[in-house]
Ligand binder design. Structure first.
Ligand SMILES: Nc1ncnc2c1ncn2[C@@H]1O[C@H](COP(=O)(O)OP(=O)(O)OP(=O)(O)O)[C@@H](O)[C@H]1O
Ligand SMILES: [Mg+2]
Length: 332
């Protein structure tokens, strides 16, 4: 080896990360530098705020020029890693629950999925991103609660049954609605991702998305580009057609859709299934988007007497456990 790794690092750190306009030194982008003696190759792990090809291609060329032409090594092997937003744990898996259409069960499914993941031994947080139609506080029986903030503007999520929860509703009590009007409202997701003290052991962060296909999904893509999406529909064709639109919006944003859940699929009575809302919505969405139908949830109320949460021993609770398993498998 003709140079020390420290020397090579110094040369490379002068380069500018085209996605941020800062030098690799300023962004502490070089996470690892090594040398493969056999192949006379420099091995690099570089962290960027986005791994978009337009940026990595530029860096690849500049790094190759320095390592091969200027310093005279035979090869260079570069791996890129997407930087996480500060404060979010490295292992965190982020899942947006979307449907396009309102009232199909996103919030109910998000909450029950959180309980099922918890029952499977995972630490879970929920972002209720439905700013105008927020009902997560009702589902968790924590209406009227407020989030505790720290002096330096950080928020602490509410914890219910071990599940961490933030909701716009906690910030918009009668007194506070003015404070969040206007531009701040659009920044609420920023607050939930960047200024919320999620516990460092969180494994899954579920985002209950509002109905519609546009803005919030785009915000999620910008804030946490590697978030995955779960699409919810009912068997009815009108719900399915809008879920398909949401799916295409996610695809356009290059978000990974892990599957479709059909909710309110049937009502079971005396062992017979009655298809009250028709049939086929989930299959249609899955086929059109080229993804899997990973769960069908029947119409029903929790046996436990709770208004929304199913325990993991009752039949619908067991379906949620299977769904949790499918979600966990999606990251393997
Ligand atoms: N499988 C089901 N069986 C019976 N009722 C259900 C089922 N799923 C959801 N519901 C009920 O349907 C209503 C709408 O559900 P939910 O609020 O979860 O939908 P949503 O998609 O989040 O709606 P919004 O678009 O308004 O946010 C709620 O009253 C909920 O309890
Ligand atoms: Mg909802």
């Amino acid at each position: 080896m003709r140079h020390t790794l420290v020397e090579i690092r110094k040369y490379l750190e002068l380069l500018v990360d085209p996605s941020s306009g800062k030098t690799l030194e300023e962004t502490h982008a070089i996470k690892h530098i090594g040398y493969d003696e056999e192949k006379d190759t420099i091995v690099l792990l570089i962290e960027l705020s986005t791994k978009a090809l337009e940026f990595t291609a530029v860096l690849n060329r500049q790094i190759a020029k320095i390592v091969k032409l200027d310093l005279g090594y035979k090869g260079v092997l570069i791996n890129y890693e997407q930087a996480r937003i500060e404060g979010l744990a490295k292992q965190l898996r982020i899942l947006g629950i979307a449907s396009g259409k309102g009232g199909v069960g996103k919030s109910t499914i998000t909450a029950n999925l959180a309980y099922a993941l918890k029952a499977s031994g995972k630490n879970v947080g929920i972002i209720d991103a439905d700013i105008y139609g927020s009902n997560m506080p009702k589902i968790f029986d924590v209406e009227g609660e407020e989030l505790i903030g720290s002096d330096d503007g950080q928020l602490y999520p509410l914890i219910k049954d071990g599940i961490e929860l933030v909701s716009a509703a906690f910030l918009m009590g009668d007194q506070k609605v003015l404070m969040w009007r206007g531009p701040m409202l659009g920044k609420i997701l920023d607050v939930f991702f960047k200024k919320t003290m999620w516990s460092s052991t969180l494994d899954y962060l579920l985002i209950d998305l509002p109905p519609g296909t546009g803005d919030v999904m785009m915000d999620i893509k910008n804030l946490v580009p590697d978030a995955k999406i779960l699409i919810i529909t009912t068997p009815h064709i009108s719900a399915a057609s809008i879920a398909i639109k949401a799916g295409f919006a996610a695809k356009e944003l290059k978000q990974d859709i892990i599957g479709v859940v059909e909710n309110m699929s049937y009502y079971q009575l005396d062992g017979l299934k009655h298809y009250l809302f028709g049939q086929g919505g989930g299959e249609t969405v899955a086929k059109t988007l080229g993804i899997k139908l990973i769960a069908s949830i029947p119409i029903g109320q929790p046996i436990s007497g709770h208004h929304s949460i199913f325990t993991s021993t009752e039949p619908i609770g067991i379906i949620y456990l299977h769904l949790a398993k499918a979600i966990m498998d999606a990251w393997i």
